[in-house]
Design a protein around this ligand. Sequence first.
Ligand code: NI
Length: 134
Amino acid sequence: MASEKGLGDSVSLAMIQKINLAQKFIEFGDHWSPKVIGKVNSCAVKLVKIQGEFVWHHHEHEDEMFMVVKGEFTMKLRDGDISLKAGECIIIPAGVEHMPVAEKEVEVLLFEPDTTLNTGNITNEKTVEVLEHL
Ligand code: NI
């Protein structure tokens, strides 16, 4: 069909829908448990609510992007802290130790491979092995 030119064989226009982030964030309430909302090439787009202190960890092979949608948090790095607020993002390169800390609940969009484990090289009670899709 001419109107679908440019789209892959497996994609139809009906599959393309806008995503309302605020609406998606209403659908869950648990902290530190990323939800997959889409895929861009080899990366997943994930939403997560964070509050409190996470765990020091790194990801051996994967970069991670955190974009603050609502609220503010501090990304602790071994070299110092970086504060982030809504509209700001940070890319943590593979291998770099980091620990997010949020005083109040924060809504964050993550851009990273689907297989990236939230706690990286660490396994603890916050580790989520299988991610829910919204
Ligand atoms: Ni991480």
